[in-house]
Design a protein around this ligand. Structure first.
Ligand code: SAM
Length: 191
């Protein structure tokens, strides 16, 4: 992955990076509303990337058709104001794959500016895809909190559901089964 895209980031704008942006709906809304920020969206699937390319017209956005693990190391340390990850694939959040994904969140931590934010909105499901009890839900939330805290993140908020201004196409779909797919919204920061 070439570093060329880094040269396009205006020095006077704060940088926001969205991982796995899907069809780019969220990036479209955020970039239109926040002209003081520069947005980079990363998506590996060509059909989604093409949809995003078609949807997003703002000048303050760059979308990349590649793997986010190939892009993240290219940013300078302490250079990103916000990283957003909405409904990452299980490979990047499920406890069974923790040894693979922990490194990704360590890299993100290094790349964030101090007081920068990492918004992680993820689903908690039951292994048999039965309704998720409160006990299971909060146990998993605690588990995730501990992992992120052990990397260095500070938990600013952790609540069930998600902030409306981070609504995405997948979130709208997942909303249809709230007992079996419970959503947790984390806001982490770096000291
Ligand atoms: C469950 S979807 C969520 C999409 C979007 N965030 C939303 O909420 O509508 C996960 C997305 O991450 C993308 N993705 C998964 N692994 C990726 C990677 N390593 N690099 C870039 N994109 C990835 C997938 O192609 C998919 O579009």
């Amino acid at each position: 992955m070439s570093k060329e895209f880094l040269a396009d980031i205006p020095k006077d704008k704060k940088l926001v990076v969205e991982l796995g942006m899907g069809d780019g709906n969220l990036l479209k809304l955020l970039s239109e509303k926040n002209q003081d920020y520069y947005f980079i969206g990363i998506e590996k699937q060509e059909s989604y990337f093409n949809k995003a390319k078609y949807n997003i017209k703002s000048q303050n956005v760059k979308i990349l058709h590649t793997l986010f693990e190939a892009v993240l190391p290219l940013f300078e340390d302490n250079s990103i104001h916000k990283v957003i990850s909405v409904l990452p694939d299980p490979k990047y959040i499920d406890k069974n794959y923790k040894s693979n994904w922990e490194i990704l969140y360590k890299i993100i931590y290094k790349k964030l500016v101090r007081q920068g934010k990492f918004i992680l909105i993820t689903e908690i499901t039951n292994e048999l895809f039965q309704p998720v009890s409160n006990y299971e839900f909060y146990k998993e939330v605690e588990n995730l909190k501990q992992i992120f805290q052990s990397i260095g993140y500070i938990v600013l908020t952790a609540f069930e559901g998600y902030q409306e201004n981070y609504t995405t196409s997948f979130l709208q779909e997942f909303n249809g089964d709230p007992k079996r797919i419970r959503i947790i919204n984390f806001e982490f920061t770096k000291n």
